[in-house]
Design a protein around this ligand. Structure first.
Ligand SMILES: Cc1cc2nc3c(=O)[nH]c(=O)nc-3n(C[C@H](O)[C@H](O)[C@H](O)COP(=O)(O)OP(=O)(O)OC[C@H]3O[C@@H](n4cnc5c(N)ncnc54)[C@H](O)[C@@H]3O)c2cc1C
Length: 412
């Protein structure tokens, strides 16, 4: 079969866009490839921005500079796509250029939510998504803090752990009654909270930031926090990281009339409601293995999986089976690995010793594993992922029994 030709236009030079063009060339696509990125940098790894940002170089490129030109990929950085005309099959760029496409790939990611409270525009209050954000955060934290993190999600907890690792005071303020309320089991939330508190992070749950307060010179001085009973307190800080989630950057898609529902709706081939337009990464609302509904997965594994799906769709090759969703996070010396999506009721079998930072939480419902959350337990994580993929029946007693072999449990 002759490889498809024509022009592929990619909007977004992030993890999904950068991975997609690399895989597309590897698959033998011989046509023209143009990537627009509104950031000034080539595709880079975002996970280190909240983890090793105080110690390691921030600029961790997905591919070496020069790679894209060598591959015949036109990387147009600092240039946004501002409109899509699906009938004409063209995009319009921020420089006013109109460019035709045969396939359009939307890889526009997500934008961090801001806090709409007084003082949110003070110098020292910031979000964390881009290299520029991480550079600013590094400079601010290195001057000594204290740091306030608004939102006890993975990114916020990672920032707090990095600050504590550097000897800087850190307070996490979370509106819900537990950290990671949206994404982790109650058991993992409790373990991580204790782990943080034992290492000096102040964790305030059930509390809301009402405003940020400025000191002399207009510099950030404190976060003003309200608890559920209406009590108020000022938490001193010179840096506040707002980590309250991200919204899909699906405005281009919506303006172009593509079907969206809190993200661009795609199928397992990364196709949108228009067969010439694909979408990948954080911007999508996608099918998820073993779940009856679509959802947004904000993770590198999901972005890479969808990049592969988009390549298969364009090249006309067979799509792969959907992966079990997975994710990782590093906090202090904990290497966390998580697989599956938790929803509805489930029970938990604990293997290992959470207090010692080496454990696996196997979550099961009606004899079937629905998720696994592990720390510093690569073997248990891999076994859990295999069991999830195979939808194996599990025995909770044996899952929690360290004498029961993982290979045997995973059926390998
Ligand atoms: C601090 C941080 C830590 C993280 N840690 C982890 C982790 O440990 N593990 C994990 O699995 N995931 C992690 N993630 C999530 C992961 O980085 C994202 O899931 C991944 O980057 C998604 O890739 P993407 O290409 O969809 O979006 P992005 O990487 O955000 O790329 C989208 C790009 O498109 C650009 N863009 C948007 N609109 C336009 C337009 N109209 N024209 C041109 N360009 C446009 C954006 O500026 C951006 O550069 C982390 C994210 C952050 C922010």
């Amino acid at each position: 079969m002759t490889p498809p030709r024509g022009r592929v236009v990619v909007v977004g030079a992030g993890h999904a866009g950068g991975t997609f063009v690399t895989l597309l060339r590897q698959a033998g696509f011989a046509g023209e490839v143009v990537v627009f990125g509104d950031e000034p940098d080539p595709p880079y790894h975002r996970p280190p921005l909240s983890k090793e940002f105080l110690t390691d170089p921030l600029e961790r490129w997905l591919r070496a500079p020069g790679f894209y030109a060598e591959q015949g990929v036109a990387l147009r950085l600092g240039e946004a796509v501002v409109a899509v005309d699906r009938r004409a099959g063209t995009v319009t760029t921020s420089r006013g250029e109109s460019l035709a496409y045969d396939h359009l790939v939307l890889a526009t990611g997500a934008a961090p939510r801001q806090l709409a409270v007084p003082g949110a525009d003070l110098d020292g209050v910031q979000v964390l998504r881009s290299l520029a954000d991480a550079r600013a955060l590094r400079d601010r934290v290195r001057t000594g803090g204290p740091v306030v993190v608004v939102g006890g999600g993975y990114v916020g907890l990672e920032v707090a752990a990095a600050a504590r690792g550097h000897g800087v005071a850190a307070t996490v303020i979370e509106r819900e009654d537990r950290v990671l309320a949206r994404v982790a089991s109650p058991a993992l939330s409790a373990i991580l909270r204790d782990y943080h508190v034992a290492r000096g992070t102040a964790v305030l749950t059930g509390q809301t930031v009402r405003a940020f307060d400025a000191g002399p010179g207009g510099r950030l001085r404190a976060a003003l926090v309200t608890d559920e009973a209406g009590g108020e307190r000022a938490v001193p800080c010179s840096v506040a990281v707002v980590g309250v989630g991200a919204a899909p950057r699906d405005d281009l898609a919506r303006d172009a009339g593509l079907a969206c529902d809190a993200g661009v709706i795609v199928d397992a081939g990364a196709r949108t409601s228009d067969s010439r337009v694909l979408a990948i990464g954080d911007v999508t609302s996608r099918p998820v293995r073993a779940l009856a509904r679509r959802m947004r997965l904000e993770s590198i594994p999901s972005a890479v999986e969808q990049a592969r799906q988009a390549v298969a769709t364009i090249m006309g090759t067979a799509p792969e089976e959907l992966e079990v969703p997975w994710f990782w996070s590093d906090q202090f010396d904990l290497k966390l690995k998580i697989a599956g999506v938790l929803s509805g009721p489930y029970e938990t079998a604990v293997r290992g010793d959470p207090g010692a930072g080496r454990f696996a939480l196997f979550h099961h419902r009606d004899g079937e594993l629905v998720g696994v959350e592990t720390a510093n337990s690569a073997g248990a994580y891999m076994a859990g992922r295999r069991m999830l993929a195979a939808r194996r029946r599990v025995d909770p007693v044996r899952l929690a029994d360290p004498a029961a072999g993982l290979h045997e449990l995973a059926g390998v």
